[in-house]
Write a protein that binds this ligand. Sequence first.
Ligand SMILES: NC(=O)c1ccc[n+]([C@@H]2O[C@H](COP(=O)([O-])OP(=O)(O)OC[C@H]3O[C@@H](n4cnc5c(N)ncnc54)[C@H](OP(=O)(O)O)[C@@H]3O)[C@@H](O)[C@H]2O)c1
Length: 361
Amino acid sequence: MEKFAFILHPLVVDDFARKFPILRYVPDSFIEGAMKHVGPIKVSHITGVKSPYATAEGWFIACPLTARQMLTLPEEYVTDKIIEAGKLAQDLGAKIVGLGAFTSIVGDAGITIAKNLDIAVTSGNSYTVATALQGTEEAIKCLGRDIAEANVTIVGATGSIGAACAKMLARKVKHMTLVARHKTPLEELAQELDRQVRCGVSVSSDITASLKDADVVITVTSAVDCLIEPGDLKAGAVVCDVARPRNVSKVVSSSRKDVLVIEGGVIKVPGDVDFGFNFGFPPRTSYACMAETMLLALEGRYENFTLGRNITIEQIKTISALADKHNFELAGFRNFERPVTAEEIAVVRQVWTQKLVMGHA
Ligand SMILES: NC(=O)c1ccc[n+]([C@@H]2O[C@H](COP(=O)([O-])OP(=O)(O)OC[C@H]3O[C@@H](n4cnc5c(N)ncnc54)[C@H](OP(=O)(O)O)[C@@H]3O)[C@@H](O)[C@H]2O)c1
């Protein structure tokens, strides 16, 4: 039996209060302060992961800091807390540990954490990229659109996931706009990709302006607040929100019937899997980053896999091939804890087409 673990954390204080309802009456600042003194927690035992080639079990481990704390507390302190969680994974018998949400964003994106553990570490970001792009391309086709004719905007383009998405899409799309706050890394990436993109690459730090003409948006920042509002988007746009916490405001889907919003990387896991913990997905489905950790365990590849902020195309191809081998696949489109139905997609297509005909798109 192969063994893995995955480190989670509360994205916001409410996640913690949902688990312990009594905390609903306690101020957020008090809960965050108290969480700093809590060590890692074994959340659940994961059973039943079974591919045609191997079986695996694992554990969810919580590192009790919110996304905001992970970004604002001293880096060394946060890294030490994540290492402590990794050591609990090690003690439970895991041979590889995956870094969920902001635990792979802190500092050097997992490199220091891996150096301080005796087991393998992965961020899961290679499979997150592969499946976000697969989902986005399928969604574009559902609207009857062609990615080769699309203006694509990547928000969070200089990050681990964003830069890899940009590299993977460069030769497929018409024009690309790369968005982040810091100009120098944006310009370096644009220079690298400019000749590969048919109509070139632009850079911007103005999210609203960068979305005005975007047919496709991939948003994958480490921001803790929503960045994309209904009025920002073009009719007929496909938006893939990979970020956790989400970058796209919840009201976009309810108020823009001409826009298709999907979440990146929701994966059907093979076997009669019981995660022992409800993270808002239907049974037997997981985030792509969790799936990458399971895949490496099933394959017995107990080696550091995705670490740092330079994911290669080779890593993405390798993990995609392992997913095919072990029967992991995309679990359809989802948005805010619910499936996006074929009827909803048909409405988006219809409303957008009407706007096109009327000259409003
Ligand atoms: N769905 C999944 O399965 C899955 C898996 C793994 C990770 N994630 C999520 O993916 C997100 C990104 O992860 P990552 O590892 O790629 O992070 P990362 O390497 O730290 O990159 C973050 C990117 O966002 C940009 N950014 C941050 N704040 C911004 C803002 N306010 N406005 C515009 N750009 C901003 C950063 O550039 P600047 O600093 O220059 O702005 C950078 O380009 C996180 O939300 C994480 O939780 C999801």
